[in-house]
Design a protein. Structure first.
Length: 296
């Protein structure tokens, strides 16, 4: 199978797994501090990936060179995850997922600055269509709210996290020195977890872990195993095979997956008008994947 096809399949799986964290996260975000939740997820994900590393490639000495790389990447992802759950305290899951779809256009900018990946006119058009679709959902198809730029605090907080996520994607390719995806992921998780404990040690120690509601533990294990360990590997795997903008293009599927998650969890479907914005994000994904003229 061609490397680019492998990258596309990895990101298709990525988008489905990430979507679950929005729905589950919104159900538990107000029951535990974002720092404590994400410190736990990094530990659990690190154990899962550590076992995978021992069972497969092992850690070769060259992977330990320049450990600062892992702290850069781990810091970027820690910022993203903490701000995501902070935002989900007030933002609706589908609205937050729409904010997430703004990352491709930001990633394209970072891809040019860091890797000189050139985005063509057709790809820029696709990114613009996706951004319009995202704004449509974020502002609930209310043009008056868009003109007043009435964006919720949760969406604004999460947007800052998405900027960090968008920067992470080209940084993976820039900082990777040939390490396997699982090894590079383990280093990123260890560094990110360390930074989270330094930042949120009071929240970690102050959390009564034994009395947390079941939904919080379900969320922690889901985001640790499926939305952290698995997606870390998938994202790094794809980032080494696809341009940054195309990697992040799959975020356009996230609102669609979230709608399915919300229906499955019994939280209902969004209004019919919101589906118009979701349709635009799917169109943007199609255009981006059909556009093979990006220079890498």
């Amino acid at each position: 199978m061609r490397p680019d096809i492998q990258g596309h399949l990895a990101m298709l799986t990525f988008s489905a797994l990430v979507a679950g964290s929005f729905s589950l996260g919104s159900m538990s975000a107000n029951m535990i501090s974002p720092a404590a939740l994400n410190a736990a997820r990094f530990v659990i994900a690190g154990v899962v990936i550590g076992v995978a590393v021992v069972a497969t490639t092992g850690v070769k000495p060259q992977a330990l060179r320049a450990p600062w790389r892992y702290f850069v990447l781990g810091g970027l992802f820690a910022v993203y995850f903490v701000l995501m759950f902070e935002g989900l305290k007030t933002a609706r899951p589908i609205s937050a997922a729409a904010v997430f779809t703004l990352t491709p256009i930001i990633a394209a900018g970072f891809g040019w600055v860091l890797l000189r990946q050139v985005t063509t006119g057709r790809m820029a058009l696709a990114l613009a269509i996706g951004a319009v679709g995202a704004l449509w959902v974020i502002f609930r198809a209310d043009l008056a709210a868009l003109r007043r730029f009435e964006i919720g605090r949760g969406e604004a907080v999460y947007f800052i996290g998405c900027v960090s996520h968008a920067l992470y994607t080209p940084m993976v390719r820039k900082l990777n020195r040939g390490e396997p995806a699982v090894v590079f992921t383990l280093g990123t998780l260890f560094a990110g977890g360390t930074l989270l404990f330094v930042y949120g040690w009071r929240d970690v120690l102050g959390t009564d872990w034994l009395t947390l509601p079941a939904i919080v533990w379900i969320t922690i294990f889901y985001v640790a195993i499926f939305a952290s360990a698995a997606t870390f590997v998938l994202l790094q795997f794809a980032s080494l095979r696809l341009p940054s903008a195309k990697v992040m293009a799959y975020t356009y599927l996230t609102p669609s997956w979230v709608i399915l998650w919300e229906i499955g969890l019994g939280n209902g479907a969004p209004s019919a008008l919101v589906f118009g914005g979701v349709a635009l994000t799917i169109l943007a994904l199609y255009l981006l994947l059909k556009n093979d003229s990006i220079v890498t």
